[in-house]
Design a protein around this ligand. Structure first.
Ligand SMILES: Nc1ncnc2c1ncn2[C@@H]1O[C@H](COP(=O)(O)OP(=O)(O)OP(=O)(O)O)[C@@H](O)[C@H]1O
Ligand SMILES: [Zn+2]
Length: 621
C-alpha cells in the first residue's frame, strides 16, 4: 500500500532540477531510474574537459554543448518514455519567475554558488514550492529540506565568509605554507600586476615604524632598467631587503625563529639569460619550459623557484603587458600560478616552512577541493529520498543529512531533524532591517550596490520611499524614466526626490524574487574605515560578513574566492554547526567534547573506533 502511494507520488510529480554538474548528472540519472517521469532541468553552462571525470553523462564529443541538453539526451537513451525538458539558461533569468516555479511539486538544487542558491530559495518561498538543497566538498556533503513555514529557509542561517588571516601573520610572521601563498597572491601579485590604487601591506615596517617603501616607485621599472635587472631588483627587495628590515624588529623574533633574507646572489651565483617562455596550446604562457621544469608534482629547489619567479615576472611584463594593472590572481592562469608558487616557496624557505609543488600550491591558492564522484552520487540519492518524502507529505519526517569524512558514532551519514524557520530571517519572515548610514554624504548608487545587491542579494530591485518610486531595474523602462533613475543614483540620499533622513523607512522589493523588505534608516556621521569599510552597517539580520568585518582590518588579506569555494566552505560550516549539536549528545556519553569546530584546519579530529576506547579521540595532523 505504502509503496503504491510512493509510486503514484513519484509518477505524478513534476520536478525542477537546477544544475546539471557533478550532483546534477547523478541526480537526473537517479530520478529517472526511480520512476520520475516529468523532469525539467536548468543549467547555464556548457561542457568542459574538466567536467568529464565525474559528470558521467558527458563525453569528450560533447565539449562545448549545453549541459542541460546533453544530460537530457543521455538519460532519454535509457529511459526513452519519460519527459525531460532542458533549459540552457541562467536560473536567475526573468523567464523563471514565480509563475514558472509554481508548476512544480518540488525543486531540487545541484548548484555551486551562493548567489543562485539564494535566488532559488526566494522563488521557492514565493511560489510555495518545497526545495531540496544540496552541496558537496570532496568527501563532505549535505542535503537539506526547506518548506515554507515548516522548516528553516536556505537563508535563515547566516553564511560564513572565507577564512581570513591576521595581517601581521601574512606580512611579517608566516608559520604555514598557506600564509606564504596568501602573501604571494594577495600582496605581491596584487602589487606587481593588480590595481595600483588598492591598499597593499606588502612592505614590512622597521622598528622605528618606517616603511621600507622609501621610494614610492620601488615596484616601478625605471627607464634605464632592463627587464632582467628589474626582476632581480624586485626579488632582492621582497625576499632580501624586506626580511632584513623585518629582522630589525627584535621584539617580533624573541620567541620566534628568525627568517633568513634571501638575495639572488646567494641562490643563483651566475644568472644566465634564458630564452622566453613558450606558448601553451591554449594560448597561456608558461615560464616552466625555459627553466627546464615540467613536472607539476615535483618540489622545486630554491634555485629552481628563483628561476621560475624571475622568468614568470619577466613574461608578465613582456607578453602580458596590457593586462598589468588589472590582474587578480586566477587559479586557471598558468603563469600566475607559477609565479605565486615560486614566490610562496621562496618566502617559505626564508621562514623555514616546507616547500610545496606547483600542484599543491595551486590547490591551496585556488582553494581547490577535489570533487569526489561517490559523494555526489550519495548526495543525489539522498536528494531523491527527501524529494519522495516531500511529495508524499505524510508524516513530515524530513531530514537534513550530512555526509562526513570520518565516522561519528560509526556513522558516515548524519541525519538531523530540520530546524523551524528563523523568526528574524528577513527572507522568509520578512522582518524589517536597520541601516546605519550617512544620509548626507552617501549616494543612492552606493546603497544599491553595497546593500541591495551585495547584502540582500536582489537582482531586479525596486526602491520606494513612502509612495515615491526612486529606483527600479528593468529592460522595458521608458527612456525618460530610466534617465531619471540614473540621475537619482548619483544623488546623495538626503537630496533624493523623497529625501532619506534619520527615521525614514525605505521599502526595497525584488519583483522577480517577490521579496519585499523594509529598511529603517538611522543617520550616522562617522564610520570606522577599517571596521566598517562599506561606510554603512546593516543589522537586524546579522550576517557573518558583518561580524567578521568588525574584528578584522579592511586591508586584511582574505582568501577571496570564486563562488564554488565560498558556497562549499559554507556547506562545511553548516555541517559543523549541525554536527556540533549532535556532538553534544556524544559529549554527554563520552564525557569529552568532540572538537568539530576546531579552527585550525590542519587538524582533523576523529573518534577512536575501538569500542574499548570509545571516549578517546585522535588528533590527526
Ligand atoms: N545561476 C545558475 N543558473 C543555472 N545553472 C547554474 C547557475 N549557477 C550554477 N549553475 C550550474 O550548476 C552546476 C554546478 O555543478 P558543479 O558544482 O559540478 O560545477 P561545475 O562547474 O560543473 O564543475 P567545477 O566548478 O567543479 O569545475 C554547473 O553545471 C553550473 O553551470
Ligand atoms: Zn529564512
Amino acid at each position: 500500500m505504502d509503496s503504491d502511494i510512493r509510486r503514484m507520488a513519484i509518477k505524478d510529480a513534476k520536478v525542477l532540477m537546477v544544475g546539471a554538474g557533478g550532483i546534477g548528472c547523478e541526480l537526473l540519472k537517479t530520478l529517472a531510474l526511480s520512476g520520475f517521469q516529468d523532469i525539467h532541468i536548468i543549467d547555464m553552462d556548457t561542457i568542459e574537459v574538466s567536467n568529464l571525470n565525474r559528470q558521467f553523462l558527458f563525453r569528450k564529443s560533447h565539449m562545448g554543448l549545453s549541459k542541460a541538453k546533453v544530460a537530457r539526451d543521455a538519460v532519454l537513451k535509457f529511459r526513452p518514455h519519460i519527459n525531460i525538458t532542458s533549459y540552457h539558461a541562467n536560473v536567475k533569468d526573468a523567464e523563471f519567475n514565480v509563475e514558472f516555479f509554481k508548476q512544480f511539486n518540488v525543486v531540487l538544487n545541484g548548484l555551486d554558488n551562493l548567489d543562485a542558491r539564494r535566488h532559488v530559495n526566494r522563488l521557492c518561498l514565493a511560489s510555495n514550492v518545497p526545495l531540496v538543497e544540496s552541496g558537496t566538498t570532496g568527501f563532505l556533503g549535505q542535503v537539506t529540506v526547506h518548506i515554507k513555514g515548516k522548516t528553516e529557509c536556505y537563508e535563515c542561517q547566516t553564511k560564513p565568509t572565507p577564512k581570513t588571516y591576521p595581517v601581521c601573520t601574512i606580512t611579517s610572521t608566516p608559520s604555514k605554507f598557506v600564509h606564504c601563498i596568501v602573501w604571494a597572491k594577495e600582496l605581491l601579485f596584487a602589487k606587481l600586476f593588480g590595481d595600483k590604487n588598492q591598499a597593499n601591506d606588502l612592505n614590512v615596517h622597521s622598528k622605528d615604524g618606517d616603511s621600507t617603501n622609501h621610494k614610492e616607485d620601488v615596484f616601478e621599472r625605471s627607464s634605464e632598467e632592463n627587464f632582467d635587472e628589474y626582476c632581480c631588483r624586485i626579488y632582492d627587495h621582497v625576499f632580501g631587503y624586506n626580511i632584513e628590515v623585518a629582522l630589525t624588529n627584535e621584539e617580533t623574533w624573541r620567541r620566534r625563529k628568525k627568517p633568513t633574507p634571501i638575495f639572488i646572489r646567494d641562490v643563483l651565483p651566475k644568472i644566465k639569460t634564458k630564452k622566453n617562455g613558450i606558448l601553451f596550446e591554449n594560448g597561456s604562457v608558461s615560464a616552466l619550459p625555459s627553466v627546464g621544469l615540467k613536472n607539476p608534482q615535483e618540489i622545486w629547489s630554491i634555485a629552481e623557484n628563483t628561476n621560475v619567479f624571475l622568468e614568470a615576472l619577466k613574461l608578465f611584463f613582456e607578453q602580458r603587458k596590457k593586462e598589468i594593472g588589472n590582474l587578480t590572481f586566477d587559479k586557471d592562469d598558468q603563469l600566475a600560478v607559477e609565479f605565486v608558487t615560486a614566490a610562496a616557496n621562496i618566502r617559505a624557505s626564508s621562514f623555514g616552512i616546507p616547500l610545496h609543488s606547483l600542484f599543491e600550491a595551486k590547490g591551496i591558492a585556488g582553494n581547490i577541493v577535489h570533487a569526489v564522484a561517490t559523494t555526489n552520487a550519495i548526495i543525489a540519492g539522498l536528494i531523491v529520498i527527501e524529494a519522495i518524502k516531500v511529495l508524499q507529505d505524510v508524516n513530515n519526517n524530513y531530514r537534513m543529512t550530512y555526509c562526513v569524512e570520518h565516522p561519528i558514532r560509526k556513522m558516515l551519514l548524519m541525519p538531523v531533524e530540520p530546524f523551524e524557520p528563523n523568526k528574524s530571517c528577513y527572507v522568509c519572515s520578512e522582518t524589517p532591517l536597520l541601516l546605519e548610514i550617512n544620509t548626507r554624504s552617501t549616494k543612492l548608487k552606493d546603497f544599491v550596490e553595497k546593500i541591495v545587491k551585495n547584502k540582500l542579494g536582489m537582482t531586479s530591485p525596486l526602491i520606494m520611499i513612502g509612495s515615491t518610486l526612486i529606483y527600479e531595474v528593468g529592460d522595458d523602462l521608458e527612456e525618460d524614466i530610466a534617465a531619471n533613475y540614473t540621475r537619482n543614483l548619483e544623488k546623495v540620499l538626503f537630496e533624493l526626490p523623497a529625501p532619506v533622513t534619520h527615521g525614514t523607512i525605505l521599502n526595497v522589493e525584488d519583483l522577480l524574487q517577490e521579496l519585499s523588505c523594509n529598511i529603517n534608516i538611522k543617520h550616522r556621521e562617522e564610520f570606522d574605515e577599517e571596521k566598517e569599510p562599506d561606510g554603512m552597517v546593516l543589522s537586524g539580520w546579522t550576517s557573518q560578513v558583518d561580524k567578521d568585518r568588525t574584528t578584522s582590518s579592511s586591508t586584511e588579506p582574505q582568501i577571496k574566492d570564486n563562488n564554488v569555494i565560498i558556497s562549499k566552505s559554507e556547506e562545511v560550516f553548516r555541517n559543523k554547526r549541525k554536527l556540533s549539536e549532535i556532538s553534544k549528545s556524544d559529549e554527554a556519553a563520552t564525557g569529552k567534547e568532540i572538537d568539530l569546530n576546531d579552527d585550525d584546519d590542519d587538524d582533523l579530529v576523529l573518534l577512536d573506533e575501538d569500542p574499548g576506547h570509545s571516549n578517546k579521540m585522535r588528533k590527526l595532523r
